[in-house]
Each structure stands twice: as structure tokens, then as C-alpha cells.
Design a protein around this ligand. Structure first.
Ligand SMILES: [Zn+2]
Length: 348
């Protein structure tokens, strides 16, 4: 072999770095284990030691030895953890170096196959000129193979060398892509895990005429380091102000609460660090007919003309809730509607 290529040198360097760090992790893990065992032995035998002829100095010696061991254990654990972190990075470097080497190999196989193909093309052209026909490598049809005519050894065929030369190229490129994609995904996941958390919130409200369903108020934080404190204020049924810190005691990164918000239901707001992350206002009030809450029917908002639930109508002699003048509507665009001024504008 001549001089080692840069690609191979990088690959060998990455391999030996992984091996070095693997030894380092093993060494410090063993070191911590041995010292832990030594400390346990020492603590077990301490009773016998203080019964010695000079208990005071025996205890002093024991204490020093124990402190010494504890310091060793903490140090060895720290060294092992640091080496493990470096090992993860070194393994990524190694996989990337392997991918580069595979692409280099694929390029060499391609060059060889192309050079071979160029020779074959030249010779075929000469044959064409000499003999007046195109020469094509023999390849039996599927039917010929199935007929069994090649089974008894009288007939055979060979795949052209020029075809075989291409065989290793695609698998090498595929494997290189697979390695590169895996390392890129792992690097991105690691970067996300150490980035500061990003707080988000959402308020999902059912359709305004769906009075039975509940709304869902939720807060969450992204993967990452740190925590976030949300203030969640809701009005209406089950409403109130809550302070939520994520991740919570159980490590959950999400929190949710169900409230009644739709048609005439109330409002909800989620803030974090002074910023409003989500806000919903459903104006008006829902009516109760004694057994269930209902909005009466719908009309158009006199201000913005969009469809809005009518929450109150004037009583009539028949006391049918769908009759009588509109007294209150809950515009879903949040218009503040004074029905005494608009009574004439409503007709239904
Ligand atoms: Zn309106």
C-alpha cells in the first residue's frame, strides 16, 4: 500500500478515538465500583477498628480513609460520565467518516466500471465495422431458464464483467445515506434537548351551537432545558385562575383543563412571562330552561352581520322560547351589542 489517503486517515483517527473513549469509560466505571466496594468493606469493619487499643486515632484514620474514598467515587463517576458524553460525539464522527469512506469507495468502483465500459464500447464499435452486425452478450430469457435447459450443464451463460463491476456501487451509496441521516437526526435531537424550553398554549372551543361539549385549555413546553410558568385564567363554569409550572413534579411537559366556553360561555387566557400565548372570548350568557343550558336560536349580529346565537328573547303569552323579541345575542366576533338600541334592526 502507498500513502494512506486523507479519508482513510480520518476514518482510522475516528476509530481510535472511539476505542480510546470506550477504554476511558470502562476504566472510570471500574474505578468507581472498586472504591465503592472498598468503602462498603471499610464501613462493615469499622466496628472492629474502634475496639482497637487506641479508638480515637482509629476513628480518625477511618474517617480520613472514608472521605478519601467518597471523593474518589464522585470523581470517578464524573470522569466516566464526561467520557461517555465525548464517546457519543466520537461515534457520530466515526459514522460520518465511514459514510465518506463508502462514498469514496463507490466513486472508485464507478470509475473502474466506466473505464471498462469505455473499452467494451470501443471494441463493439470495431466489431460492428468489421463484421457488420451488433454483438450483444447472451442472456437467456425467463422462459428459457424456467424450461430447465440450463440445468443439465450443457448450456450456461455468464453475466458480463462490465455488469458485475456496477454491483457494489448502489449498496455503498445507500448505506452511506443511511448513516448520514441517522447521525444528522441524532445530532438534531441532542441540540433540541439542550435548547431552552419553548412554552406554547392552545384553547380548543367547540362550535358555538354545541352547548354540551367542553373546551380544552392546554399548555405545553418543548423538549429542552429549563421550565416555564403559565397563568391560566378562565371564566364561566369551572373557571378561575391557575398557575401552572412545567415540567410538573411528575416530569410531564403538558397540562390541560376542561372548561365551558362556547356560545355565551365566557373567556380563557393563557400567559407566560407576560406574553399572551392564547386567548378566547365567547361573549353573552347561556340560558337555563330548568333542566339544561341552551342558547335560544340564532340571529344576525346588528354590528357585523355574522350569525350569532340568541341568548334571550322576550316572553310571549305562549311562552315558546323561540318567539318574542330578541333581547340578547352573543356575537362570536366579540361585538358589544346593546339590544335596546338595535331592537328594530333584528327581525326574525
Ligand atoms: Zn358582531
Amino acid at each position: 500500500m502507498g500513502r494512506m489517503s486523507n479519508i482513510l486517515r480520518t476514518l482510522r483517527g475516528a476509530e481510535s478515538e472511539v476505542e480510546r473513549l470506550e477504554r476511558e469509560v470502562a476504566r472510570w466505571t471500574t474505578e468507581a465500583e472498586n472504591r465503592r466496594r472498598e468503602l462498603a468493606d471499610l464501613e462493615r469493619d469499622s466496628g472492629a477498628a474502634v475496639l482497637a487499643h487506641d479508638p480515637a486515632s482509629a476513628v480518625r484514620e477511618l474517617t480520613i480513609r472514608q472521605m478519601d474514598l467518597r471523593t474518589w467515587i464522585v470523581g470517578a463517576q464524573g470522569a466516566s460520565a464526561a467520557a461517555e458524553e465525548q464517546l457519543v460525539l466520537a461515534r457520530w464522527d466515526l459514522d460520518e467518516a465511514r459514510a465518506v469512506e463508502m462514498r469514496d469507495q463507490a466513486a472508485k468502483f464507478t470509475a473502474t466500471a466506466e473505464a471498462h465500459q469505455a473499452k467494451v464500447t470501443t471494441l463493439l464499435a470495431q466489431l460492428r465495422e468489421l463484421d457488420g452486425v451488433d454483438y450483444v452478450p447472451f442472456e437467456p430469457s425467463k422462459e428459457d431458464i424456467q424450461s430447465g435447459m440450463f440445468n443439465d450443464g450443457h448450456f450456461s451463460w455468464e453475466v458480463p464483467h462490465g455488469t458485475v463491476l456496477w454491483d457494489p456501487v448502489q449498496p455503498l451509496l445507500d448505506e452511506a445515506s443511511r448513516l448520514e441521516q441517522r447521525v444528522a437526526a441524532e445530532r438534531a435531537a441532542a441540540a433540541r434537548a439542550v435548547a431552552p424550553v419553548v412554552p406554547t398554549a392552545s384553547i380548543l372551543v367547540p362550535a358555538w351551537d354545541d352547548v354540551d361539549s367542553e373546551s380544552q385549555v392546554s399548555c405545553r413546553i418543548s423538549e429542552g432545558v429549563g421550565s416555564a410558568t403559565f397563568e391560566v385564567s378562565t371564566s364561566g363554569q369551572y373557571g378561575g385562575i391557575e398557575v401552572v409550572t412545567l415540567p410538573d413534579q411528575d416530569g410531564s411537559r403538558m397540562w390541560g383543563k376542561r372548561v365551558k366556553l362556547q356560545a355565551g360561555g365566557g373567556s380563557a387566557k393563557v400567559t407566560c412571562g407576560g406574553a399572551v400565548l392564547a386567548r378566547e372570548v365567547r361573549p353573552g350568557s347561556l340560558m337555563a330552561n330548568g333542566t339544561q343550558s341552551v342558547w335560544v336560536d340564532y340571529s344576525r349580529c346588528p354590528s357585523c352581520r355574522s350569525t350569532a346565537p340568541v341568548t334571550k328573547r322576550a316572553k310571549t303569552e305562549s311562552s315558546d322560547a323561540t318567539k318574542g323579541a330578541v333581547l340578547a345575542i352573543a356575537c362570536q366576533n366579540g361585538c358589544d351589542v346593546d339590544m335596546t338600541k338595535h331592537a328594530a334592526a333584528i327581525s326574525s
